[in-house]
Design a binder for this molecule. Structure first.
Ligand SMILES: Nc1ncnc2c1ncn2[C@@H]1O[C@H](COP(=O)(O)OP(=O)(O)OP(=O)(O)O)[C@@H](O)[C@H]1O
Ligand SMILES: Nc1ncnc2c1ncn2[C@@H]1O[C@H](COP(=O)(O)OP(=O)(O)OP(=O)(O)O)[C@@H](O)[C@H]1O
Ligand SMILES: [Mg+2]
Ligand SMILES: [Mg+2]
Lengths: 227, 227
């Protein structure tokens, strides 16, 4: 479903070139559950952004469901992204002027879901994440871990085909982190392809397949499915 | 050195009132090393912001070095803060248009440190945090953990009397997190009062004195120094 071949991603800063992804080859079947771990700066977010069509490779091919998505226009990539991919950002990226509930409702509005259904879906996902009594708070009126959970709610409310989570528990205590992992795994149990970037071994080891990155390369792959 | 008596902090959101801090009493001597742990939303950041003079209590007294700082004006609080307190924010709060080095240099400029000394001090603290080759990157050109380390560098470069760190390792792999803890502990070894809010037990247990919060209250204090 997700096939990366000879993916390179370089960044330029002044005269310096940063090889953030260095010849990454990766094949992921629909419904898989992967974790990606590795040192700070090793390329995990860059890889996730690329898979999530938020960034393009410098060279190499990315096939999503057999289609080469590297040749799509920005607008076409955005369409694929909005329809099929949910993203929990490492820096959350919530809309400051909207409440938690309004932030979570955004993807439903963009997808044309009728208003009556939206309220009920937003309420359900916020309650599952322990945020029922915070739905009318704006991001600045929430704790760090509460903002993180709103970001998770927003990414999951559409039940996307692919769910990409970048450090979803970094601001959560142990128990809340386990609750979040369970929620993500329930979605995976329903068929959603799940990729979790994490620094927490307790979370990373729950995945069926575990990748490890170092200096932009895929250093280890516990379950390379032969392609 | 830090004395909180009967501290309450309430937030209003619409008709709702959130008792973020509920009768907190705490006495911290100069040079102590404390960790504060507790569930997401339990009041840790609110407590740290209060100690760091970034927020005022709804009621109660806060004495810093024997002086009641709750009666100071905003401007006077800002002066005390800039002179004596270093803060690593849970959300980093780096200046987007400045490079990593320029962000770290800011407190030195504000304190009137001469330019020749500034360059050398910035370079030293960035190198200690593994960021020597990222000093000319802007925040958006850094990984999440690199931004976190720039925030730590900025908070520590002035060697403040009190160092407050809100989840300083949440975006770091295990090894980088240990490096950061060591750097903070070296500063404490030099006499700096150190308070670390963390969700990571491995980091929290390194502190000499450990506090635990729940629902806005100080639930446990492993080493209450009798005040
Ligand atoms: N500006 C605000 N307005 C309203 N409520 C607030 C505000 N800031 C914080 N709160 C609420 O106060 C409570 C404590 O928040 P705080 O940020 O101190 O929690 P925390 O322990 O740091 O959590 P985390 O571990 O998630 O960072 C939370 O329930 C939060 O929703
Ligand atoms: N826009 C950019 N411009 C220049 N360099 C960048 C940019 N984005 C990332 N980098 C660099 O690419 C490398 C990989 O970054 P990435 O964000 O993928 O790391 P990461 O593994 O997610 O790290 P962390 O665990 O700290 O979040 C880093 O060294 C970073 O400095
Ligand atoms: Mg990252
Ligand atoms: Mg907090």
């Amino acid at each position: 479903m997700i096939e990366l071949s000879h993916i390179h991603r370089n960044f330029r800063v002044g005269n310096q070139m940063v090889p953030a992804l260095d010849n990454v080859n990766l094949s992921i079947a629909a419904g898989e559950y992967l974790s990606i771990m590795g040192p700070s700066g090793s390329g995990k977010s860059t890889l996730l952004n690329l898979i999530g069509l938020l960034d393009r490779p410098t060279s190499g091919i990315y096939r999503l469901d057999g289609e080469d998505v590297t040749v799509l226009s920005d607008r076409q990539q955005a369409e694929v992204r909005n329809r099929r991919i949910g993203f929990v950002f490492q820096a959350f990226h919530l809309v400051p002027r909207l409440t938690a509930a309004e932030n979570v409702e955004l993807p439903l509005i963009l997808a044309g879901v009728p208003v009556a259904q939206r309220a009920e879906r937003v309420e359900r996902v916020l309650a599952a994440l322990g945020l029922a009594d915070r739905s009318h708070h704006k991001p600045e009126q929430l704790s760090g871990g509460q903002r993180q959970r709103v970001a998770i709610a927003r990414a999951t409310v559409m039940q996307p085909a692919v769910l990409l989570a970048d450090e979803p528990t970094g601001n959560l205590d142990h128990k809340s982190g386990q609750d979040v992992a369970q929620i993500l795994e329930q979605l995976n149990g329903g068929g959603i392809t799940l990729i979790v970037v994490t620094h927490d071994l307790a979370i990373g080891q729950r995945a069926r397949r575990r990748l490890h990155m170092l200096d932009g390369r895929l250093e280890r792959d516990s379950g390379a499915s032969g392609g």
